[in-house]
Design a protein around this ligand. Structure first.
Ligand SMILES: Cc1ncc(COP(=O)(O)O)c(C=O)c1O
Length: 427
């Protein structure tokens, strides 16, 4: 595949790319928001994924079982609610590269992060600090600040924020590894994004974890922007824990059920401190209603409450599409789409007075499908013009436009149409 920068992306090329795309049929399984009676160019799956058409049927099935069986649907429903979270395990474990017992669909992202920090942020003596990337998503910052305060430390002292080098836009892995090394005697935890929400950088989870482990430091990851975007191998990479949401690349609806990963070496350790709830208790004795918490082995032992079945039904609807599409095939299409998008942006920049500087790493193994762009001037105006022409991208203060062609529902024709709009803008 060669998108030489001298050629522009033509309608013929886009049609040929769509025709040869083995995943093209999946687009029709989603509702595409409309703009003046035609499909918008939806490039915001990094924020909220689109609705699969089958979501409604999955939710209706549970409403119907509720109507038919009432409480008895916990055991007599088509998909018994008592075990409902298990129905998400297979695909989630494939997406993050884990054993089934290492994942659980549960709760919400920030709640789960707190629960995991209770277990895995265990400051002791001189080792009480947390290393994270500077300007991480605010909810992560707030969660970590409040956790260190909860343990009696001050965030300014207990949180080490690593920024890219002056004048650079993304982090060098070598700098992250060196920082872990330099602070090895004071770090209790390294907590990073999988993919940074603002610049789209994919961090090297394997190397970061290995470096942390060399110094008996735990490593956890917020995969909000990574899951469903990039194939992951959390088990083999030895990550200690991870959490994610499902409303971005996993298309499971606003505020949808989130998920966690706990490596099996921790998941089988019932003596780990944790905040417990009855759904984390051993399934076979849960309804005996006895005193004394006995966690189920694995990530499921971190559950607190009974499953939000209607949200989980939406989750299953999308996960079933991922099962059919396969994360590796999605990634292959995603890589091809990002090469096209990059070429379009580069060519636009050769013509335009308002340039769009890409702050996402170029290297394929350091990014997923999101591109983050900074306009040389009047960024919001550029963004607004795109919106008026039916491009749904997103704007992050103070000046970042994020665009993500999502392989499960975006087409190459979307990219061709984006090119036409951008090139007109450049004139
Ligand atoms: C990286 C990251 N962390 C945390 C959150 C907060 O998620 P929630 O509101 O589901 O807790 C988000 C939301 O977009 C996010 O992108």
């Amino acid at each position: 595949m060669n998108y030489a920068s001298s050629q522009t992306y033509t309608l013929n090329q886009a049609s040929a790319d769509d025709a040869s795309d083995v995943l093209s049929g999946f687009r029709n399984q989603f509702y595409i928001p409309q703009h003046h009676n035609s499909d918008s160019i939806y490039l915001t799956g990094n924020s909220l994924g689109l609705q699969p058409k089958q979501t409604e049927a999955y939710i209706k099935q549970e409403l119907s079982d509720w109507a038919t069986h009432g409480v008895e649907a916990h055991f007599r429903g088509k998909h018994p609610w008592y075990y409902y979270h298990h129905f998400c395990e297979e695909v989630l474990s494939e997406l993050v590269g884990a054993r089934k017992q290492e994942v659980a669909a549960m709760g919400s992202l920030t709640n789960n992060l707190h629960l995991l920090l209770v277990s895995f942020y265990r400051p002791a003596g001189r080792k009480y600090k947390i290393l994270m990337e500077a300007n991480a998503f605010p909810s992560d910052q707030y969660a970590i600040e409040s956790q260190v305060r909860f343990h009696g430390y001050h965030p300014d002292d207990a949180i080490i924020e690593l920024a890219p080098r002056p004048g650079e836009r993304f982090w060098r892995t070598e700098d992250i590894l060196r920082c872990i090394d330099e602070h090895r005697d004071e770090l209790a935890l390294v907590l990073m994004s999988g993919v940074n929400y603002l610049n789209g950088q994919f961090f090297n989870i394997r190397e970061i974890t290995a470096q942390a482990h060399q110094h008996q430091i735990l490593a956890g990851f917020d995969l909000a922007h990574a899951i469903g975007n990039i194939p992951l191998q959390l088990h083999d990479w030895q990550a200690d824990f991870a959490c994610w949401c499902s409303y971005k690349y996993l298309n499971s609806g606003p505020g949808g059920v989130a998920g966690i990963f706990v490596h099996e070496r921790h998941g089988h350790n019932p003596s780990l401190p944790r905040f417990a709830g009855w759904w984390g208790n051993d399934e076979s004795t849960r309804f005996e209603m006895k005193k004394g918490f006995h966690p189920q082995p694995g990530a499921a032992g971190w559950q607190l409450s009974n499953a939000p079945v209607l949200h989980m039904a939406a989750h299953r609807a999308s996960l079933d599409l991922f099962k059919q599409a396969g994360i590796n095939r999605l990634r292959a299409k995603s890589e091809k789409m990002t090469l096209v998008l990059k070429q379009i942006i580069d060519q636009y920049n050769q013509m335009a007075t308002v340039r769009l500087q890409c702050i996402t790493p170029d290297a394929m193994d350091e990014r997923g499908c999101q591109f983050s762009l900074i306009a040389s001037e009047r960024g919001k105006e550029v963004f607004d013009v795109l919106t008026q022409h039916g491009v749904i991208a997103d704007w992050r203060e103070p000046n970042v436009i994020r665009m993500a062609p999502v392989p499960i529902y975006n087409s190459f024709l979307d990219l061709y149409r984006l090119k036409e709009i951008l090139f007109n803008l450049a004139k």
